[in-house]
Design a protein around this ligand. Sequence first.
Ligand code: TRP
Ligand code: SF4
Length: 326
Amino acid sequence: MAQRVLTGYRPTGKLHLGHLHGNLLRMIELQEQAECFFFIADWHALTTDYQDPSRLRTYTEEMVLDWLAAGLDPQKVALYRQSDLPEVAEFQLYLSMITPLGWLERVPSFKEQQEQLRGREIATHGFLGYPVLQAADILIVRADSVPVGEDQLPHLELTREIVRRFNYLYGETFAEPQSLLSPSPRIPGTDGRKMSKSYGNHISLADPPEEIRRKVLSMVTDPARRTRKDPGDPEKCSVFELHKVYNPDRLEEIAGNCRSAGWGCVECKEVLAERISGSLQSFRKRRRELEEVPGIAWKVLEDGLRRTRPLAKEVLAEVRRRMGVD
Ligand code: TRP
Ligand code: SF4
């Protein structure tokens, strides 16, 4: 049973369906069951985007508004911004002393991102230390559960290795945090790849209905359906993958209409767009109401910080004591 839960989001702007089904729905559930700390990982964003920080603040604010509109309740969870919690930075320094270089070079995202983000100089100290910073995020509040997507598992494993090493060197101090992998469906973007802002294939939670419709109509489908009369195979179509999430009770009908060419892809997509739009209606309403309240995102972050900081200070004081710098 989860007791203290923590997770962070890099501020990349508005949240999209990939976030929602990836772990946001789970986070909304967890706020009822556990003590939750959810934060904006703006230092992590800087490790790859330090050359253009101009939108960091806007992205942070947008993400917080989306969190609130989606149903995270600042009375129940502490929402804060990483860069407002200097204890994390100092803690990362200590953890970096005990983390062997080889562990960091072995983390898959280190090499992958070097290749994906070509053109950006990210062979930096900061980027190599990305997982150490993440370990500091987690341990600064002694989180025992971390809801993340599968891509984050190597980082979580590294946090556990760091815990073992810390405990071995300085005595039993931290428990090993566990990852909370929610059984989330794959959410394809409009081009069929995993939905991600960096691919530009995303549907944002705040998109107006016309925009959702436009994006769904642009989705790739089974390439065998070249004309309206060609039958299709729903299992080869990313529109159908989204129907599995949004129309689970109509799957047979939808698959049948695809295989018999009873529906054209446009009809099939209209049904999906309608459904996605409808499911986000109250989100859009709450989002608009929140936008009317000046500075609400920053107030919420300030309040979350106030609740997190004493705990962070306590943990850091213990680390300093253990490492002889008290
Ligand atoms: N690396 C995570 C991501 O890219 C974000 C993150 C930073 C995080 N610190 C964390 C997630 C601590 C969980 C716990 O999504
Ligand atoms: Fe995909 Fe629907 Fe077209 Fe079939 S009818 S190929 S499921 S969009």
